[in-house]
Design a protein around this ligand. Sequence first.
Ligand SMILES: [Ca+2]
Length: 509
Amino acid sequence: MTITSGIGFQPVNSSIGFQPVNSGSGSPPHLLLLAPAILLAALAFSFTPAGRAAAAELASEPPVPERPNVLLILSDDLNTSLGCYGHPRCRTPHLDRLAARGVRFERMYCQFPICGASRSSLMTGLYPYSTGDLSNTTTFRQRHPQLVTLSQLFMQNDYHAARVSKIYHMGIPRDILAGTAGADDPASWQAAYNIQGDEQNTAGRSVDHSPGWNSSQTFLRVEAAEDDLAMADGKAATKAIELLKQHRDRPFFLAVGFVRPHVPLVAPKAYFDSYPDDAMVPADVLADDLDDVGRPTRNYKTTGKLKIRSQDIPAIHAAYYSAVSHMDAQVGRLLDALAQLDLQDNTIVVFSSDHGYHLGEHHKWQKQHLFEQTTRVPFILSVPWLPKTHGRAAERICELVDLYPTLADLCRLPPPGHLQGQSLRPLLEDVDTPQWTKRTALTVSTRGGVSLRTPDWRYTQWNDGEDEELYDLRNDPDEFHNVADQPKYQAVRKRLAEQLQAKKQAAGA
Ligand SMILES: [Ca+2]
């Protein structure tokens, strides 16, 4: 048994049933006293078939740290435009290398396609109906003053928990311009660092690609004259690296929020130069696509409503991908720092986004919709000591609300009783495991919207059930044809409506 010097971890092989014997940070003499007993137990176990299999695995797998660190990276308004998700144009080499050291979740869904409500759900482990956050506010503390958030659980277990930039809701660009905390939950951190950036005022060529839409959320491109380090996400990465250096010798939970590709689309000019407009491919759309959906959603954030001109669409895509690649490079800086600081093998890295994003599919833009592009999020979970699934994709239905119990499980912290998700650990050990029983993902939205995603169907209600949408994903993966009114689908519509109702109630509606 070896002790990783200076960091206070000890290898524990959970697959053969060892419990951590050293709950404090770094007490090697106790370990040495316990070692003979553990060796005897291991020797007896090794005579069983399961024991031999476990011993064989042990030979090739890296040691399990007793108190792993957690680096949680959240991007903002990022859909699955990532190389490792098979995107044909957007380049994300650093997230791709993280995916090679972890599992990529292909069907991970957010619980609310807007920043504030999604983030408070993810950090509390509760569905939005239970947090009470059903818009862009973050008020869960009013309803749950004593709730232990994800990072608080780590704090209570003697971890250092820190936040850099946007984890709970912040208004972008407002809170970045002012360097303010937005709707942060101060109880969640021992230390919190806001990032100030110049956003749309950054020096460089600036173009508004949706000039007819007078809004702070307009598609503004800023080809910055300065480099990565001068951007908001560059500064956030720099601060996070400084914290990794400071806290490398004790267990930490570090949450780093990157604000790109949220608009304004600010990035160094070189990224924009690498995405020429004429290489972009607009989404396939049906002219009458929205004729079959309810009135509350039909006109919400459409190409027409936002006055987006068709000739500007390629430039919007190019600017979005430029911002994604810039953000990806900041992820790369964090991964490099983990390796340089010898933290690579004892740090769990999670990368995700608060929700997906439309870039013209269904004539729609941005968020708060309930189609696949807005509800599905990228989710990469890297656990260095579970290498059998590295580079694999999990195809099973999962929800962001599953993150909290997963991290508690992986770090062997006692999960609080309020959690509404399930640990993803079985999928990290076997991406096809029958142990994963979740079959539905629930996403709530504004306008009385709620959607149930199953492996084969999407069933959505708007206007508190007045309007319905049903998509047969085996035959219509692009969700073009709402079949909720068709006679032959009434049995499945009724079954999904019942499932949705049951899941809503279980989620606290
Ligand atoms: Ca349609």
